[in-house]
Design a binder for this molecule. Structure first.
Ligand SMILES: Cc1cc2nc3c(=O)[nH]c(=O)nc-3n(C[C@H](O)[C@H](O)[C@H](O)COP(=O)(O)OP(=O)(O)OC[C@H]3O[C@@H](n4cnc5c(N)ncnc54)[C@H](O)[C@@H]3O)c2cc1C
Length: 337
């Protein structure tokens, strides 16, 4: 098998142990999937939020994954990370805004953040990430577009690019459409593709052209079986198919994964096209700092997703769900640990 071909045996050989694409999960991994679903369910439950938020253990977890609640803390983290050769994309936490005033407040925070980054000389290594649901997408997509455009204009004036995060599948069409309109004025706007969604190969084809910056991730939301691959290895294989489509069309992939087997497979695909193929790695603040440093030392561009803000609960729970071992931490937090 040529090294750039998607290699199911290799992708399935890690200890997480999903079999070849399409196979049923083993009994042990059924448990892991169940834990993941439980945590994603808990991420939407206010009662659980109240209990978990009050635990001292939760405070420690928040410090690991979130760069503080205010602008000052976030800018300090950005300075520290960029000092280590990393680039950043900064997200103000606060998804699923329920009224127009909160959406406007989110725009104001982004504009203040952009001004602080610019004044602090941090703009060249910074981008911002936006969740359209924080800008009013569920109330009125047109309002979310206008709000996002305002952030894009402020960012462009400071030489900062914007990426639209992707939320659950009910928002995919609207987010891609708003992204398409933003790109008409700001072509550097990054869009996100979730490899786990079955539709994503078609979406990649539409985004696969030179100058198109596409963050490729697995997908952090619990999605129905009819719409999304569920098995770990199926998602990896789909990820590589999406990457290949983006590269074939000349897009710039932003490889957003911490998965060592997948990173290795991406590098084999890239190497087959020549070292100059434009791409960057993206990882989350607080996750696999060792791998972040290793990639920087190897000469890779690595951008860290840095979330900040008071409304960290759903974000933290999605991070917990990504690692079954984290369930124990959440249970301890619920028990008052
Ligand atoms: C920069 C960036 C932006 C993203 N943006 C989006 C988005 O817009 N929409 C969206 O749906 N998803 C987004 N995601 C999340 C993504 O979809 C996955 O849920 C997440 O990255 C976990 O999958 P993984 O590929 O990193 O690999 P996994 O196979 O889950 O993890 C591989 C290894 O990384 C480490 N690891 C991974 N996650 C954690 C964690 N939470 N805690 C501790 N260790 C961990 C562990 O060592 C694990 O063994 C983003 C991810 C990144 C890195």
């Amino acid at each position: 098998m040529v090294p750039t071909e998607v290699d199911n045996r290799r992708m399935g050989s890690d200890r997480s142990g999903w079999g070849r694409a399409g196979e049923q999960p083993s009994r042990g991994l059924g448990t892991a999937a169940l834990l993941r679903h439980t945590l994603l369910w808990a991420s939407r439950r206010r009662g659980v939020q109240r209990v978990v938020s009050q635990s001292p253990l939760t405070r420690r977890l928040v410090r690991r994954f979130v760069a503080g609640e205010g602008l000052g803390g976030a800018v300090d983290v950005v300075r520290r990370l960029t000092g280590r050769g990393l680039a950043v994309t900064i997200d103000h936490l606060g998804e699923d805004t329920r009224n127009a005033e909160d959406a406007r407040a989110a725009v104001a925070v982004y504009c203040a953040l952009i001004a602080r980054l610019s004044a602090g000389g941090l703009a060249p290594r910074s981008e911002v990430s936006l969740k359209l649901s924080a800008l009013g997408q569920s109330l009125d997509p047109e309002m979310a577009f206008e709000n996002a455009l305002e952030v894009c204009r402020a960012a462009a004036a400071a030489g900062i690019a914007v990426t639209l995060d992707m939320e659950d599948h009910t928002t995919t069409c609207s987010t891609l459409e708003i992204g398409r309109r933003l790109r008409a004025e700001h072509p550097s706007t990054g869009l996100v593709i979730q490899a786990s969604l079955r539709r994503s190969e078609d979406d990649c084809r539409a985004l696969a052209h030179p100058g198109s910056r596409v963050r490729l991730c697995k997908g952090a939301y619990q999605e129905p079986v009819a719409l999304a691959w569920q098995a770990r290895n199926d998602i990896r294989v789909a990820y590589l198919r999406c990457l290949r489509i983006l590269l074939d069309g000349g897009a710039t992939p932003l490889i957003a994964t911490h998965d060592p087997a997948l990173i290795d497979a991406c590098h084999r695909l890239l190497a087959a096209r020549g070292d100059a193929t434009a791409h960057e790695h993206q990882m989350l603040f607080g996750v696999r700092g060792d791998e972040q440093a290793r990639l920087v030392a190897a000469g890779e561009e690595v951008r860290i997703y840095v979330p900040f803000g008071e409304r960290w609960y759903p974000y933290l729970m999605r991070r917990m769900a990504e690692r079954p071992a984290n369930l124990a931490l959440v249970l301890r937090a619920m028990a008052g640990g």
